[in-house]
Design a protein around this ligand. Structure first.
Ligand SMILES: NC(=O)c1ccc[n+]([C@@H]2O[C@H](COP(=O)([O-])OP(=O)(O)OC[C@H]3O[C@@H](n4cnc5c(N)ncnc54)[C@H](O)[C@@H]3O)[C@@H](O)[C@H]2O)c1
Length: 468
């Protein structure tokens, strides 16, 4: 089949490359000339594992092309995907649809034959109706079927997610469009993939409901983590204990610095706004967002507490800046409010991220960027792990102890065991680890925890309860 992909970002480029890998002919369009020039020269503008190989091989085969010219790209294809950005609108948090609307109008002007317009961008319920109306305003004779085809891939595992999705959602009542979409995804249904055909509005809502539910799991376990710290329990064991229940599931139960990235923050906000506008508030999601907002900056207090309550004049090493490993995406990364809060309190931050530094430099101007973990840790009063890149999982703590000013580790992803690091002579603080380790500012919390746990089990020390 012939496909035009409008928007060649994280979703558009991965989807375009994967569709061409299935054997379809894909032309990826973007208005960003630098991006298209780079792609035409064989350079990949984003970091996504395996993407370079996939793009190169399909470009070489002639099935994957790149252009800035929408008109020529869409005039003779079976499907036009809209994969442009839908950021939160400044001021009110609604999804900003200006890129979707602009792309739809431009596409409409150049259509000749029957064309399926499939919206991959995450858009509020009713956007498909708007797209259809706008296209007919621009080109009253356009023969289009506007379909909602939300994308569920995760950055960092995007190609695998695209090729082996849990499900594909196609929202349309148009039989011709359903047939085209089924044919498009046929290479995947060889794996007995569930394609869920729904109405367009239902499909649009499925995407928001899915992201809001996943964000809810994260905020839920983060609040349980806070409670664990007060009660002397271990959130990783709690997560395992509940996650083994199939009704709950183990995924998205990792306590940490709060969710970030290009989707959850804006999509939860947009769902809240849509729900409020329709007088049907989603109060759970409102709480999820509020919990997450306070959490991001609150993580800085862990660092401050570990250093006795004052970080002025101190140096903090931060490892990992992107919102998750295996991406260079810094959009809404929890590292940003964390670092801002630390520098606001007068500390200097040295940071290292394996691939996100170029993007990070644009949003974190006061940070000293380093070439590796050890350069960042040199002379630091504390080392903070913010993103769990694989290479941070086996740090040489003997070496770190020698080069750091004080041996303090704040592990916001719980990738280490506190007792292992304490054996190496470090003071360690994870997330939701209610065991009691004396270190400056933690003394006060230690007393708080004792008090809280005594109220529950007066005869036991909370270290026994936590099991860590
Ligand atoms: N990033 C993800 O993990 C992810 C996952 C699922 C869904 N989504 C959704 O997919 C959509 C795209 O997200 P993304 O992360 O790929 O965004 P992105 O910012 O990486 O890419 C969007 C691209 O669209 C281009 N663009 C904008 N207007 C255009 C126009 N009129 N013509 C041609 N190109 C245009 C931009 O230049 C940019 O390159 C969003 O709605 C997002 O919510 C993203």
């Amino acid at each position: 089949m012939r496909i035009a992909m409008i928007g060649t970002g994280y979703v558009g480029l991965v989807s375009g490359a994967c569709f061409s890998d299935f054997g379809h002919h894909v032309i990826c369009v973007d208005k960003d000339i630098e991006k298209i020039d780079a792609l035409n020269q064989g350079k990949i503008p984003i970091y996504e594992p395996e993407l370079e190989r996939l793009v190169t091989s399909n470009k070489d085969s002639g099935r994957l092309r790149f252009t800035t010219e929408i008109a020529a790209a869409v005039s003779d294809v079976d499907v036009v995907f809209l994969a442009v950005g839908t950021p939160a609108r400044r001021g009110d948090g609604h999804a900003d649809l200006q890129f979707v609307h602009a792309a739809a109008k431009e596409v409409a002007a150049s259509l000749k034959n029957f064309t399926v317009i499939a919206t991959k961008s995450t858009v509020p319920v009713g956007t498909g109706d708007d797209i259809e109306r706008l296209m007919h305003e621009v080109n009253p004779t356009a023969d289009v079927a506007v379909v909602s085809n939300p994308e569920f891939l995760r950055e960092g595992a995007a190609i695998r997610d695209f090729k082996f999705p849990d499900r594909i959602v196609v929202g349309s009542d148009d039989v011709r469009a359903r047939d085209v979409m089924a044919e498009l995804y046929r290479p995947l249904s060889l794996n007995r993939l569930p394609i869920l055909f729904t109405s367009r509005r239902t499909a649009e809502l499925i995407k928001y409901a899915a992201n809001a539910f996943l964000a809810t799991k994260i905020s839920f376990i983060n609040e349980i983590a806070d409670l664990c710290e007060k009660l002397g329990a271990d959130v990783q064991e709690v997560a395992r204990g509940i996650g083994l229940d199939n009704r709950i599931g183990a995924k998205f139960l990792h306590a940490g610095p709060g969710f970030g990235g290009s989707c959850f923050p804006k999509d939860t906000l947009a769902l809240i706004k849509t729900a409020q506008d329709h007088d049907s508030p989603v109060r759970i999601v409102e709480a999820v967002v509020a919990i997450n907002e306070t959490r991001k900056r609150a993580m800085s207090r862990k660092v401050v507490n570990m250093l006795g309550g004052d970080v002025r004049g101190k140096t903090i090493a931060v490892l990992g800046l992107t919102f998750k490993p295996n991406t260079d995406d810094m959009r809404d990364a929890p590292s940003i409010p964390l670092i801002t809060a630390i520098t606001d309190r007068g500390a200097k931050v040295k940071a290292f991220d394996p691939v996100g530094q170029d993007h990070a430099k644009q949003v974190l101007p006061d940070v000293e960027f380093c070439e590796n973990s050890y350069e960042a840790a040199e002379g630091a009063d504390a080392l903070v792990i913010v993103t769990e890149w694989e290479q941070f999982r086996a740090l040489d703590f003997k070496r770190l102890k020698k080069i750091m000013t004080t041996p303090v580790v704040v592990d916001l992803r719980n990738i280490y065991r506190g007792e292992d690091l304490e054996r190496e002579g470090f003071a360690y603080e994870g997330v939701g680890k209610g065991s009691l380790r004396p270190w400056n500012g933690l003394e006060r919390r230690k007393a708080d925890v004792r008090k809280a746990s005594d109220e529950i089990t007066p005869s036991r020390d909370s270290r026994d309860i936590s099991g860590t």
